[in-house]
Design a binder for this molecule. Structure first.
Ligand code: ZN
Length: 159
């Protein structure tokens, strides 16, 4: 079975930056399962997985435009310390999930001056060219529940 829209692709992957540092990998854990064509993955990754079959291994380089986008300097904002529920855990370099009406995103604390926290709301991988090693492990049909939810159900407690 080939990876096409509405199929579940099951892949192993290793993500490296341009310096060859490993940023993320499925090695040592479960492979990643996703529904093709439902924006579960970054656009550049869906593009290179289209039509692939189990057993295929390949390397791919994805520019930031097709990954997490370019950095936007106006996404670096100052936020009052009082907005954080756990003030003690607010430290430079700490990442947290910021929720807004547009959904949630990963944000990074840049600096703290008194009661003012500088926060970078860019995705941590914004502006990065991503280097992936990919292996297609399996391809299966998605269930009707998975298609209506737009994501894969793998364990006991998915919703
Ligand atoms: Zn669900």
């Amino acid at each position: 079975m080939k990876i096409i829209a509405k199929k579940v692709g099951i892949i192993n992957y290793t993500l490296k930056n341009g310096n060859g540092d490993t940023l993320d990998t499925s090695e040592g854990g479960e492979p990643l399962s996703y529904i093709h064509g439902m924006k579960n993955l970054i656009p550049g990754m869906e593009k290179v997985l289209e039509g692939r079959e189990p057993g295929e291994k390949f390397n791919t380089v994805i520019p930031s435009e097709e990954a997490y986008g370019n950095r936007k300097e106006d996404f670096v904002n100052q936020v009052p310390l009082s907005n954080f529920p756990e003030k003690d855990s607010v430290k430079a370099g700490v990442q947290f999930e910021a929720k807004s009406e547009q959904g949630s995103r990963i944000a990074t604390v840049v600096d703290i001056q008194g009661e003012t926290v500088t926060v970078d709301f860019n995705h941590p991988l914004a502006g990065e060219t991503l280097h992936f090693e990919v292996e297609v492990v399996d391809v299966r049909d998605a269930t009707s529940d998975e298609l209506s939810h737009g994501h894969v159900h793998t364990g006991c407690c998915d919703h």
